[in-house]
Design a protein around this ligand. Sequence first.
Ligand SMILES: O=C[C@H](O)COP(=O)(O)O
Length: 250
Amino acid sequence: MNRRIMVAGNWKMYKTIDQAVALAKAVAAGPARQGLDVLLCPNFVCLEAVVRAVAGSHVQVGGQNLHWQDEGAFTAEISGPMLRSVGASHVIIGHSERRQFFGETEKTVRMRLAAALRHGLKPIVCVGETQAERESGQTDDVLASQLAGGLAGLSAAEMVKVTLAYEPVWAIGTGLTASDEQAQQVHAFIRAWLAARFDNQVANSCGILYGGSVKPANAAGLLRQKDIDGALVGGASLDADSFLGIIAAV
Ligand SMILES: O=C[C@H](O)COP(=O)(O)O
C-alpha cells in the first residue's frame, strides 16, 4: 500500500501577516516532490494571505481548528464554510493544546470532525498521551479512548478521508522526541486499532503523522518507520530553512 507522505506545519499562535507571507513564499519556493503533500496551517488572521502567497504552488493551506456549527452566535469562532471560503483544504482537530487549554473533549473532536467532513475539509485528528500517562503504562489505553471517542460512529468511507497525527504531549515543544522505535510502536498500535475498528484496507490507507519536536536532524529516522506517514511540525515549521530541511529529509 503506497500511502502519501505529508509534512505539515502548524504555526500555532505565531506570525503576523507580513511574516506569514514571507515564510509561506519561502516554503512554496522549495521543491515539489512526487507523493509528498506540503501543508501550512497558519493562524486564522493570516489564512487568506497565506493562501494567496502559495497560489499556483504545490503547497496547501489548512486551519488549526473549526467550530462544529456552520454559523451562529459563537463569538470568536470559525466555521467550516468560512475555512472553505478562504481557500483552506485541511483542518487540524483536537490538538493537545486545544485539549489542555481550551476544554477540547472527545465529543467536541467528533463534532468538529463531522463539520470538517460535511464541508469537504481534510481533517487531521490529533491524539497523544501525556508524560504521566506514558510513565504509568497507560499510553495504549489513552490512545484507544481518544480514537474511540474522536472517531465514534465514523463509517469506513469517512475514515479514509481522515489523517491522524500521533503527538505525544511530552514531546511537543520540549525538544524531547519519541525515539524512532517509540513512535513506530505507537503508530503500529494505531494502525492495528484502525484495522480492528474498521478493516485492513482502511488501516492501510489512513495516513498517520508523527508530531513532537520534529527537526531536520531527526525527521529522516522517524519518517523511515513503516507506519509513520509524515510529520506535523510546530516550532521547526516557523523557519523556512528548518521546515524545508525536514521536507528534504523525507
Ligand atoms: O502540531 C505540532 C506539534 O504540536 C509539535 O510541535 P513541536 O514541533 O513544536 O514540538
